[in-house]
Design a protein around this ligand. Sequence first.
Ligand code: AMP
Ligand code: GLY
Length: 428
Amino acid sequence: MKILVVGSGAREHALCWAISASPICDELYCAPGNAGIAEEASCIDIAAEDLDGIVCFARKNAIDFVLVGPEAPLVAGLVDQLDAVGIKAFGPTAAAAQLEGSKSFTKEFCKRHSIPTAGFARFTELKLALDYVRGHTLPLVIKADGLAAGKGVTIAASVEEAESALVAALRDRVFGDAGAEVVIEEFMAGEEASFFALTDGVTIRPLVAVQDHKAVGDGDTGPNTGGMGAYSPAPVVDPAMASRIMAEIITPTIEGMAVEGRLFKGVLYAGLMITASGPQLIEYNVRFGDPECQVLVLRLASDLLPVLFACCDGQLRNVDLQWREDAALCVVMASNGYPGSYKTGTLIKGIDEALADRGVTIFHAATKRDGNNALLAMGGRVLGITATGVDIRAAQRRAYLAVERVDWPDGFCRSDIGWRAVARIGSE
Ligand code: AMP
Ligand code: GLY
């Protein structure tokens, strides 16, 4: 079969890595891909957001199946467009992708289906939003309604902070149309957890527990990023908590979407707060997490492709997901300065040395090769140094030994990925 993966991050590298190992994959393409992905797939110079370009390429090249990695093309309707020309594609339709595309949609949906989430109010007018903030207890959480590349959320501990977030979104339009409406939420206290499930719209298969670290600094401090590392298994979601999350959040969501005529197929990624009264939804994403996907593919023992097909074809009930016992952990290496501004075009060496350990896999996020085949960093998050081991501590040790072999003076990483899980092993 001829397969096309859409996207250019380490998540898409991990997906290409898993798909290229499948006996049913004959040819693999990636649009646009990166230097790491080029080792698994033929990279095509078409941006992930260029929907017409992707559909045109898929038709011309008789692509059998498309896997869409990032949220933007899903929210824009890439799966709908491929479906209209008879090409099977993994991921939700635009109508179903609203679970990530609009926070207001999701909050109202949760209300309609009694799915536990923080109380909220929606505003398009600055004055009304400011009045609301002045009349409520802080902290409050202020969110741009639409896609804001992970930057649209402010946890405001003071009225001044809330005001400046509201002014930025509603008056100064720093998020463009994505911030024309804001959602103001109650603050939930607890430990954050992620939960992933594959679905064909009816059958739901939860994935193994996996957790990322969003903050840039050690000890989960500093500004939020796309994710500085991830690990699995993740003890915060034990089997009892997983059952609660499925019963109280995931199942009512998939059922509610079907009832509302927005059948959700693909992977649903719930960001959760485990509060004293149980799991509450923070937000939904309609795609694999990055870097969570990198550790998931290393733990998956089943062939990924038939599982993805089953999600598209309403056949997930016939699929049994097999996982490896080994733990997996991914350390993200990012350009110095990330998530603020950073240099691009910096030289990375030592990748082969880091890969000398067979338990290590390196997924590229933003890399390219120059005319002399040297590897250059071209973005914020650049490499996902991913290792397996008998437990999280072993995987962590192995990942950091590989990190030490990467020679990249312009890059950095956190030194404590997996610390919560390792601390729990230590205390057992
Ligand atoms: P989101 O983009 O909605 O996932 O929000 C980004 C981050 O802000 C989350 O990962 C949480 O750490 C935090 N957050 C969002 N909403 C809330 C809330 N209602 N209460 C507490 N923290 C929140
Ligand atoms: N790791 C967070 C995300 O993929 O959104």
